[in-house]
Design a binder for this molecule. Sequence first.
Ligand code: SAH
Length: 250
Amino acid sequence: MIYFIGAGPGDPELITVKGKRLIGEADIIIYAGSLVNPQVLSGAKPEAEIYNSATMNLEEVLNVMKRGVAEGKRVVRVHTGDPSIYGAHREQMVELDKLGIPYEIVPGVSSFLAAAASLKKEYTLPGVSQTVILTRMEGRTAVPEREQIEALAAHQATMVIFLSVGEIETLSERLQAGGYPADTPAAVVYKASWEDQKIVTGTLTDIAEKVKEAGIRKTALVTVGRFLGDTFELSKLYDAHFTTEFRKGV
Ligand code: SAH
């Protein structure tokens, strides 16, 4: 059995109880060293074999998994945040299926959730936006034509953009070209939940400049939308006059 584990966004306490337990029981740990906080591995057995996948290709990762399983060892594969978001773990699962090796996935706290927590904001405000778009700009990995930034920006929903802060200038221009007014608030969270976390806030007009001044070039999320503002309607859920399944309105 291979366990894919979401390590969380950085703070070593933001891993699930299950993920932490499995790391503690593992004989072999393969972790995404470019982003996973090494402290997340602090509970590993001293004799555990630890591999940093940053320097490995898919075949090398699979070879370590195969050998581990053949030797009856417990193998865990640790991804940053949650593996389902830009984690490249589907291709590993496909190969494990071919080999007949079973696996389980333990979800993690994605960085986009840690970013909302750091910003002390809610992505889905009544009367503002009820939709969160998670996306990226194309880099070396292409993005399908119908998901181009301009097309997504047309909704003026809450947007969280991964893997794109290095091109923040182009990104903010394209968001405006797509339909967000120039005064739409934007916030960039660098290393959400890490000790050296940084937050830069502004609007689509000045966020690029501010991010450059702060020297942020990677490991950051760009969040955009009026959810960052202070105008919104109160929820129905806690409205005194609103009857829910659990509570009668007055
Ligand atoms: N699976 C991860 C995302 C991996 S893609 C998750 O669920 O969060 C890597 C990108 O995620 C980075 O380029 C950056 O845009 C973002 N990212 C990962 N960790 C981050 C953090 N702690 N703070 C801000 N952005 C982060």
